[in-house]
Write a protein that binds this ligand. Sequence first.
Ligand code: PMP
Length: 304
Amino acid sequence: MAGSHENLIVYFNGEFVPWEEARVHVFTPAVKYGAGVFEGICAYMSDQGMNVFRLQEHLARLEYSQRVMRFERIISAEEITQPLIDVVRRNDFKETVHIRPTVYVDGVGESSALGPIGVSVTAVSRPRPKIATEGCRVQVSSWQRLSDLSMPTRVKAHANYNNSRFAATQAKTDGYNTALMLNAKGHVSEGPGMCFFMVRDGKVVTPSITSSILESITRDTVLELCQSELGLEAVERDVDRSELFAAEEAFFCGTAWEITPITNIDGFSVRDGTPGSITRSLQSSYFDLVEGRTDDKRGWLTPV
Ligand code: PMP
């Protein structure tokens, strides 16, 4: 059952089909081995209509992911842009939308199959969750973040999300909202689907791109907003676990997580357990930007 999604239209291998018809066989390498890559992209309503945020950067990462997976056919940004916009248009959304282009290995091959390639784009409504305002409680996971020696975390591959899943399900079972993973060097890496930031001595700090993270587009946006909108120094470096308990503020960022305050880590309150002022300022700059209330001077909004 597709639940509330059942009336939606999906782009599926060259056609626009009802939700229920966008199906793959259980014997595809996509199902058997997680042989697929995807993107998560948001479109926001503004006074002038709906805009997709940083579409070209997401589609460039989708191309990169496919190349690293050695897919026999690469779905280019050019090829997928119009179908993606059409999916959003056809579903006539009234609020924030989460768009997921997926490129996967279809057919009946083994785990090393490079094709045939299937492609889809789904779009579903995504109201902002309560934790965006209230903040979240985080468990430092005993599951280690994948290392580039075993699976490339820069590639947004389905199979990578089993690593995320172990960390997230453990955290939820143990009564937290989500997890924060350490990498093979013991430094802070990222959450199951989002990147980590903290504030120390008034400076904004985030793990560097060589910390086994996905090279997050929202992280890049946050670094830009720190400098251009808030005039704050932002540092990309290794972050130790024990620094988490010295942080004045902490937050997660990602397309779906936007900017979500972290109020507690492993039972230690961050600050007084409420979101801090830098987190709040960044959050409102981010919302103003994606929802089209500030000038799009960087060309990051694509009208639907
Ligand atoms: N890390 C992981 C593992 C993710 O799945 C995501 C979500 N795409 C992020 C970080 C944040 O990346 P982005 O800002 O590009 O959405």
